[in-house]
Each structure stands twice: as structure tokens, then as C-alpha cells.
Design a protein around this ligand. Structure first.
Ligand SMILES: *Cc1c(COP(=O)(O)O)cnc(C)c1O
Length: 473
């Protein structure tokens, strides 16, 4: 398998290089040069069996199937459910695909538990070390720490804005007692953290001295790992017949993985892009115009984005994989904050994608409705997906699988504000609030490091910020 950049002027690479590179040198995102066909496995195949079979074509020749299989088995053994990503019926034709059984109880573990191991393996092979740097306001920081902790060839440094992440989220990061894990509480906003990280990457000498690297959601390996649960859950629920998916969406990495699953053979008739008040994608799907409007803080913070970076991979397909056409449009979008994609081209997208957005009141109402009807407690991100599935379902005979992207205990305040119940942390995190915290504090401000200058005004400046590109980190 070879990988090409969506902008067309970066070197063609194999998986191992794409993994460590993240973003392509021309500012584009790496995609496979052709889409493989999915294999067929028997009904007794485990999640790890499926993961190995589905991902093997993408990692060859950098990794053998046995090497991949060993890492997959280890990665998914960290999940607290034997099915890894179990799927259950909740309501009339609606299913919940639970992606929160990993160490940090949110869906980013599904990809990052594997990606941490892939990084370590690739670095060992090369005799290199890397320093992973992450800016976070929530989920990604802890998922990346769990992915990297104790790995011989990795250090991880996570910057979070002091006092602006929830207790649970901060403690999931700062109570990890491993010598290669470093937390920094920046006296500033998430943007200040993001700016600091960008400045570190911009400092070439520093970058090379510490082997700076990222595991952001634009990394192909994360998308790849997320295709697996679409295939396994579609098979469980649809048994070969088409199913729909509803996906709480921020950076578009998760729902794009659904598109890849469909493109490579999973029978998917509908992909619902479920947004909170940050509704750039539903507006695009309705109008053909993608226009940024600044970030709006919500009770589903991991979806608070201005620009969904992974959309570029879909646009690449929309423009018939013509990188120069795409590069022009991306430049236009960067300069003007808006771009029109054209009716005929958009029709190929809306054939499968629907988009719908909900504000905080509607999200609380969905948490309440589902709780009253089924007894199921949804986290605010998952609730966006369930509300979107109810609103956008195309065919009552086709089941819709709603992706549950976080455990409700990760966002107890939002859940309590909706139904008056404070969900409890699962057993492995039950003593989280008593564990000892460890972090360094760093003031922002000019003169310390260029990146630590406060940058509170104006939009994020990069389309592909070094971390997630949105406050979920
Ligand atoms: C990151 C995240 C999302 C958004 O996923 P994308 O791949 O960025 O679209 C949704 N829900 C939760 C809980 C998340 O952590």
C-alpha cells in the first residue's frame, strides 16, 4: 500500500512513514492510493481478528500481519468489555455502539491504544525516540497519555489550560505516575496551549532535538483503526443488509472512517453527521458552502470545533482525487473562511451523508427523553448522535447505529443538569478523585517561548493545528 497527499506535492510514502509524519509536507493529509476490498470472516471472529484482517492491507509492507496482530491483541486487551466495542439495541430500530470501554472511557482510546503501540514499534525499528506533544482541553490528552505511558521510545508532554478542564479530565491526565508522562497546566486558554505547541513545531532546531511528533486526529492510523467498529457492528446488526450510522462529529475523523468502511465494502446506506451548535458541516451539507463562524462552547465540548480538518479527505474524493483542484479550494477556504463546493459534486456526498445540529437545550432534552423511555443514560456527545438519528433517519426499516463516544461519567455535570442523576465512574477509575496529581505550572506570556504569548483574539490560524484543531484536544 502506498499513500498519497491530498495536495499532491508531498512524497508518496508507506504506512510507517505516514504514521510518524502525521501531516504531509505540502500541508495535505495522507490517504491510501487505492481502496482495498474488505475481507470476509466467519461469525466467530473476534474484534481483534476483524481488526487485524481489515487493517492488514493498509499497513503492508511496513508491518507484517503477525506484527499487526500482536499489537492489535494487546491494544484491545486493555478494554473492559469482551466485545471491545459492543453494540446493543436501545429503542425502536436504534442501536448504541459503545466505544467507551477503553482506559479513558471515551472513543479516542479505540484508535490511540493501537496508535501508541504502532509508534513505539516503528521507532524501535528505526532506533529512534520521539516526544509526543499534545494540547488538550479534555479527551485527547488523557487518551494520548494512556497510549504512551511506559513506552520505551516515547515521551509525552500534554498542555492543558489551568482551571479550564473538568476535574475528571484533569485527573485522568495528572494522576498517571510514569516517568515518560509530563503534564503542564498553562495559565491561559486552550488556544494558548495550542499556540505553544504550534510554536514548538515551528522551531525546527528544537523539533529535531527532541524528535517532536504528534498523534492528532488527522493521522491516517487513527482513521484506519476507527473503520473496524463500523464493519463489526454493521455485521452484527445488519447481518449483510444495509445499516445507517449516526456519528457525534467534531473533527470528522470518526464519521470519515465510516465513509472508508462503506467505500471498502461495509453495507452502509446512511451516515448522519451529528453536530452541536458548531454546525459548519450540517450547513455545508445543506447549502454546498463551507463557512467558518468561530467556536461556540457547548456541553459537548469534544465537538466544539471551527473547522473539521478530516473533511479534506472527503473533499479529495469529491474532487475525483484531483489534488490541484483541491489545493485551490483549500487555499480559498483558508484565505476567505468560506468555499463553495458545487451542486453536482455535493450530490455525491449527500447521497450518503446527512447533517443535523442541536443546541445544548435540545441535547439535554434528548438525554431526558432517552432516559425516560429506555433507562439508558447518555453522555452529551452520544445524545447528539441519538437525537440526530431520530431526526434524520431515512428509512424506518433500516436500523441506525448511534456511536456512543463517551461514558456518561466523563461528563457528569451535563448529565446531572439534564436528568438530576450524577453517573458514577467505572470501577477502574473509582478512586480517581483520591489519587495524587503531578503536573508543572507554566504562565503564558511573551518572552518565555514564542508560543506562550496569549492569543485570545481571532480564529485559530491553521487549518491543521498540531493537535485536534478543536478544544476537545
Ligand atoms: C473527539 C470526540 C468526538 C468527535 O470525534 P471526531 O472524530 O473529531 O469527529 C465526539 N465525541 C467525543 C466524546 C470525543 O472525544
Amino acid at each position: 500500500m502506498k499513500y498519497v497527499s491530498t495536495r499532491g506535492s508531498a512524497p508518496v510514502l508507506e504506512f510507517g512513514d505516514v504514521l510518524l509524519a502525521g501531516l504531509a509536507t505540502d500541508g495535505g493529509l495522507y490517504v491510501p492510493d487505492e481502496w482495498p476490498a474488505q475481507p470476509e470472516l466467519g461469525f466467530d471472529a473476534s474484534y481483534a481478528d476483524w481488526a487485524t484482517a481489515l487493517m492488514a492491507p493498509y499497513v503492508a509492507p511496513s508491518l507484517s500481519r503477525d506484527e499487526l496482530s500482536a499489537m492489535v491483541t494487546e491494544a484491545y486487551a486493555t478494554f473492559a468489555h469482551p466485545d471491545v466495542c459492543p453494540v446493543r439495541p436501545i429503542d425502536d430500530g436504534l442501536w448504541l455502539l459503545e466505544l467507551f470501554w477503553g482506559p479513558t472511557i471515551a472513543f479516542k482510546d479505540v484508535a490511540l491504544q493501537l496508535v501508541g503501540r504502532l509508534f513505539d514499534h516503528e521507532l524501535t525499528k528505526r532506533g529512534e525516540r520521539a516526544t509526543i506533544v499534545v494540547a488538550t482541553s479534555g479527551d485527547t490528552g488523557s487518551a494520548a497519555i494512556e497510549a504512551c505511558r511506559g513506552r520505551a521510545n516515547l515521551d509525552i508532554v500534554v498542555l492543558h489550560p489551568a482551571g479550564r478542564v473538568s476535574d475528571v479530565q484533569r485527573r485522568q491526565m495528572t494522576t498517571v505516575d510514569e516517568p515518560n508522562v509530563h503534564n503542564v497546566a498553562v495559565d491561559g486558554t486552550f488556544d494558548d496551549c495550542q499556540e505553544a505547541v504550534k510554536a514548538m513545531f515551528a522551531d525546527v532546531a528544537f523539533r529535531e532535538a527532541v524528535g517532536l511528533s504528534a498523534m492528532n486526529s488527522i493521522n491516517w492510523a487513527r482513521v484506519m483503526a476507527q473503520t473496524v467498529y463500523y464493519a463489526t457492528s454493521a455485521r452484527t446488526v445488519g447481518a449483510g443488509d444495509p445499516v445507517g450510522f449516526s456519528v457525534p462529529t467534531g473533527n470528522f475523523g470518526n464519521v470519515f472512517a465510516g465513509w472508508v468502511a462503506r467505500r471498502t465494502g461495509t453495507p452502509i446506506s446512511q451516515l448522519v453527521v451529528a453536530s452541536n451548535s458548531n454546525d459548519i458541516l450540517p450547513r455545508w451539507l445543506a447549502s454546498g458552502v463551507m463557512e467558518t463562524r468561530g467556536v461556540h462552547p457547548t456541553i459537548s465540548p469534544s465537538m466544539d470545533i471551527q473547522v473539521s480538518s478530516n473533511v479534506e479527505r472527503l473533499l479529495f474524493e469529491l474532487y475525483d482525487r484531483n489534488p490541484s483542484l483541491l489545493a485551490d479550494r483549500m487555499a480559498e477556504f483558508k484565505d476567505e473562511g468560506t468555499v463553495a463546493t458545487g451542486d453536482t459534486r455535493l450530490a455525491t456526498v449527500t447521497e450518503v451523508f446527512d447533517g443535523v445540529a442541536f443546541d445544548d437545550e435540545a441535547i439535554r432534552a434528548e438525554i431526558r427523553r432517552t432516559y425516560e423511555a429506555t433507562g439508558e443514560v447518555l453522555d452529551p456527545h452520544t445524545a447528539v448522535g441519538v437525537a440526530a438519528a431520530r431526526a434524520s433517519r431515512r428509512d424506518p426499516d433500516v436500523p441506525v447505529i448511534c456511536l456512543a463516544t463517551a461514558h456518561p461519567a466523563k461528563f457528569p455535570d451535563a448529565v446531572e443538569s439534564a436528568i438530576g442523576i450524577r453517573p458514577e465512574l467505572p470501577e477502574h477509575l473509582a478512586d480517581l478523585l483520591e489519587r495524587t496529581e503531578r503536573f508543572d505550572a507554566l504562565p503564558p506570556g511573551p518572552g518565555r517561548h514564542p508560543g506562550l504569548r496569549p492569543h485570545r483574539h481571532g480564529p485559530l490560524r491553521s487549518r491543521h493545528p498540531v493537535q485536534e484543531g478543536h478544544p476537545s484536544g
